[in-house]
Ligand binder design. Structure first.
Ligand SMILES: [Zn+2]
Length: 185
């Protein structure tokens, strides 16, 4: 039986953490759940609808392949995959699929607030067997499909700052491409 590396990449608020937890539950709950810099702090996956679950934190120096070779889980679910070290830790995930025979489901943001691919998301797009959209449609204020994360301060789009601050909902919103490019939040 062949195994898969599946990427679920999208914008903020598209229900990725909720879906990650739902996968973990429906696959039996005995796999490994990873997160990286979740909004609730290390070692937890929390979704905006209030679900949360303990998870293993992917530290920057973790050899994910070695850990999975030890743990031998039946599957792996990764949330906040955009924050993994690229290309190294994404390569580990792909190698776990091929070398250890594990299905890996990776959830995360595709692009940062400047519209650039996160390095880990770029590597995941390169290696994934399948790339899926997140199931919850998010709308721009104009009603068009929201495809871009924008950083907003006092109603005005901001074009600088630390990418890792993404997840602070007070200052982020989702826009369509047209309004992201025009800077109209
Ligand atoms: Zn718009």
């Amino acid at each position: 039986m062949s195994h898969e590396l599946v990427a679920y990449l999208g914008v903020m608020d598209a229900g990725k953490s909720t879906l990650a937890l739902q996968y973990h539950h429906s696959l039996g709950g005995d796999g490994v759940l990873y997160t990286c810099q979740d909004r609730s702090g290390t070692g937890m996956i929390s979704s905006r609808i209030g679900l949360s679950h303990e998870a293993r934190e992917v530290a920057p120096d973790l050899d994910v392949y070695d850990e999975l070779a030890d743990l031998k889980p039946s599957y792996v679910v990764v949330d906040e995959v955009q924050f993994l070290q690229a290309p190294k830790q994404i390569n580990h995930l792909a190698d776990a699929v091929d070398g250890l025979g594990i299905d890996v489901y990776a959830f995360g943001l595709k692009t940062d607030f400047l519209g650039r691919l996160f390095p880990a998301s770029a590597r995941l797009l390169e290696l994934a067997d399948r790339v899926e959209e997140l199931p919850v449609p998010v709308r721009c204020w104009c009603g068009a499909k929201g495809t871009q994360n924008a950083r907003v301060r006092d109603g005005v789009m901001v074009f600088s700052g630390d990418v890792v601050e993404i997840g602070d909902m007070d200052s982020y919103t989702v826009l369509c491409r047209k309004h992201h490019r025009a800077g109209l939040a």
